[in-house]
Ligand binder design. Structure first.
Ligand code: WQD
Length: 425
């Protein structure tokens, strides 16, 4: 296992037991990172923690059998708490490296400036993510996703933790997504855009066409983080990863999408049809300007998304010589990347893939378009491939097989916690 010099450091992952969070936590452990997971379990189950540990142990066991044992097994620490809780301060103090004086004796500003942490990076997943819920309860979304972020980042700054990966979303492309061609990061809020003549031009690519409060919370968070990075570019290393449509799950069948809330996304909804929890799939619109009339999205395996986070952590921004000085500092301080497959797939094609994986039909009904939907939303992955060396590897068929494997093992949404626990103890 290649040492990355982080063996004694930790990555703090908020929302680390959720769908993308749990797969990313597992990938971090497999790549040798120690992980501190903070999760309030509002939309996931505690049993994911043991399944992650079990899979990581299996991975290291197989490395040992291949005569490449890992010198120091990475650690996973789990704290059940809300990322906005006052306990977060206590947690950061626990991982703060004291330089002689005890933490609370470090009253002097200069001393605080030198305070270091065992936490070398933060991945911030914790947020509400239901499009429909954000329309009916916007304040809950602005409070948790935006106000919470401001307080959290302020606290990280106090503990001199400035390497932050933010969980963003393709929804911030809004109506730009209908361009029927792959979306480029610079089309929305890319500070500073090396291709734009000035930051102001990039800043003008505003939030028009965003279809719900959820999308706006992600846009506002990126804008807040961009302004912060511009205010102190030598200090901050902020990376926004814009997920397109994460699907599938770990091939073990032990980790999957197991939300507490009723799913509205296509893959888990079709999963409920396959398990009989729903009678049929409503296909939202068959009159889109696409080959089969159904909308096209960029479905990307969640393990590829997890790998994208590790790639973002382990690469210092490659900055071209032409942008040394202030611009170079800015480009190191704030980066945005699309995490998608770069390929468009229609609703009917997805239905066919899942039907093949489960070897059973998926009954459908044709209905009108869903409010806020766009007909086409696909990523350009060029920047992530060029700067992070990240390439999506898994296929739609693999995503469908992995999801079906998870469903068969766990039933819908992993709500058989006791069964899971016995499976990994
Ligand atoms: C995909 C396609 C639907 C359900 C979501 C959210 C957000 C974001 C990305 C994180 C669309 C169609 C769906 C159904 C259907 N994630 N569909 N019947 O809308 O692209 O975006 O994922 O930020 O969660 O914005 O994903 O899975 O809801 O829909 O026909 O019952 O499937 O119309 O074309 P979407 P989705």
């Amino acid at each position: 296992l290649e040492g990355h010099g982080q063996e004694d450091k930790f990555i703090l992952v908020t929302g680390g037991l959720g769908y993308i969070g749990s797969h990313t936590t597992l990938e971090l452990l497999k790549q040798g990172y120690n992980v501190i997971v903070v999760d309030n379990l509002s939309n996931c189950f505690a049993s994911a923690r043991w399944r992650i540990q079990h899979l990581a142990n299996q991975h290291f066991q197989s490395l040992a059998e291949q005569a490449c044992p890992v010198a120091k097994l990475p650690k996973l620490h789990f704290h059940k708490m809300d990322y906005q809780s006052s306990s977060m301060r206590l947690l950061l103090e626990q991982y703060s490296i004291r330089d002689g004086a005890s933490f609370d004796e470090q009253q002097d500003e200069a001393e605080k400036e030198t305070k270091q942490s065992q936490i070398s990076g933060v991945i911030h997943f914790a947020a509400y993510k239901s499009v429909s819920e954000s329309i009916t309860d916007p304040l809950a979304y602005y409070d948790n996703n935006v106000c919470g972020l401001v307080g959290f980042i302020r606290l990280l700054d106090e503990f001199n933790i400035h390497n932050v990966i933010f969980s963003s979303s393709a929804t911030i492309y809004g109506s730009k997504a209908n361009a029927s061609k792959p979306l480029l990061e610079d089309q929305v809020l890319h500070f500073p855009s090396s291709s734009s003549s000035s930051q102001n031009e990039a800043a003008e690519m505003g939030a028009e066409g965003l279809t719900c409060a959820y999308a706006r919370t992600k846009y506002f968070c990126e804008a807040i983080l961009a302004d912060l990075a511009i205010s102190a570019p030598q200090k901050w290393r902020i990376t926004c990863l814009r997920y397109f449509n994460p699907v599938g799950c770990d091939p073990s069948g032990l980790l999957g999408e197991s939300p507490r809330n009723t799913p509205t996304n296509l893959f888990p909804v079709v999963a409920e049809v396959l398990t009989g929890k729903r009678a049929k799939l409503s296909v939202f619109g068959t009159d889109w300007p696409t080959a089969d009339g159904t909308a096209i999205r960029d479905y990307v395996h969640v393990v590829d998304i997890a790998r994208g986070h590790v790639a973002a952590l382990s690469t210092t921004p490659a900055i071209s010589i032409s942008t040394v000085g202030e611009k170079g500092d800015l480009e190191r301080a704030f980066r945005t990347y699309n995490l998608g497959s770069g390929t468009g797939t229609s609703v009917l094609e997805i239905v066919e893939s899942l039907s093949q994986a489960a070897e059973r039909p998926v009954p459908v009904e044709w209905t009108g378009r869903r409010a806020g939907d766009v007909g086409f939303c696909v990523a350009s992955t060029a920047r992530a491939e060029r700067e992070l060396g990240w390439f999506p590897k898994e296929s739609i068929a693999q995503s469908a097989r992995d999801l079906w494997n998870y469903i068969r093992g766990h039933g819908q949404h992993g709500n058989k916690e006791k069964k899971d626990m016995s499976a990994v103890k």
